[in-house]
Ligand binder design. Structure first.
Ligand SMILES: [Mg+2]
Length: 196
């Protein structure tokens, strides 16, 4: 199971770009909009949100402007996913996005970014789950939300998380670069087989 925002794709960077390019918040206003140390941008003083509601408003208007489609995949992420499919794994993309109308941006994003390293853009052979991730039965999850990481870990799921300050100390395995993903999965598989 693979989470999208801030795991596979750079949500924080896309929102920052949206706020700056909309000239809503000029850099001169003094908001650094740094990579947050806590999950939840409204808790971070370097972002211009006085409350959760202020953040949610900005998020909503950014999504209407195509935020989800505009997010950049993290370096090497799409190649790593391709590799996992090649290695015979079933991929489930799971997101708690509820505000992507008919999931149009999410699917368009995959149309744009899924590629075969040898032949370029191609059909993507992955499944999608929109909603509560704890309902899904998986062996391994890539996830950045500390609460979701804890819930999945409690269920016995092995969680691999990115190296963001707010989740790097969570349970599971820290991944600094998506290039590590196929190797980590292979190692987990070997460990599982050797304990049988
Ligand atoms: Mg996420």
């Amino acid at each position: 199971m693979v989470d999208l925002d801030n795991t596979l794709a750079d949500y924080t960077g896309a929102l920052r770009h949206h706020l700056r390019s909309g000239h809503v918040y000029d850099p001169l206003d003094g908001y650094a909009m740094a990579d947050p140390c806590e999950y939840g941008l409204w808790r971070d003083p370097s972002w211009p949100f006085a409350s959760y509601e202020a953040y949610a408003d900005a998020h909503r208007s950014a999504v209407m402007d195509g935020l989800y489609l505009a997010e950049h995949p993290y370096p090497h992420a799409m190649r790593a996913l391709w590799r996992l499919v090649e290695d015979g794994h079933d991929l489930l993309i799971a997101t708690s996005r509820t505000d992507d109308e008919r999931f149009r941006q999410t699917f368009a994003w995959f149309d744009r970014h899924w590629f075969d390293p040898a032949h370029g853009p191609t059909e993507y052979d992955v499944a999608f789950h929109f909603g509560d991730k704890s309902l899904v039965d998986v062996d391994v999850a890539f996830e950045d939300d500390p609460c979701t990481i804890a819930a999945l870990t409690d269920k016995g799921v092995t969680v691999i998380h990115p190296d963001h300050p707010y989740c790097r100390d969570s349970e599971g395995i820290t991944m600094r670069d998506w290039r590590q993903a196929p190797g980590i999965i292979r190692q987990l598989q070997e460990d599982k087989e050797s304990t049988r």
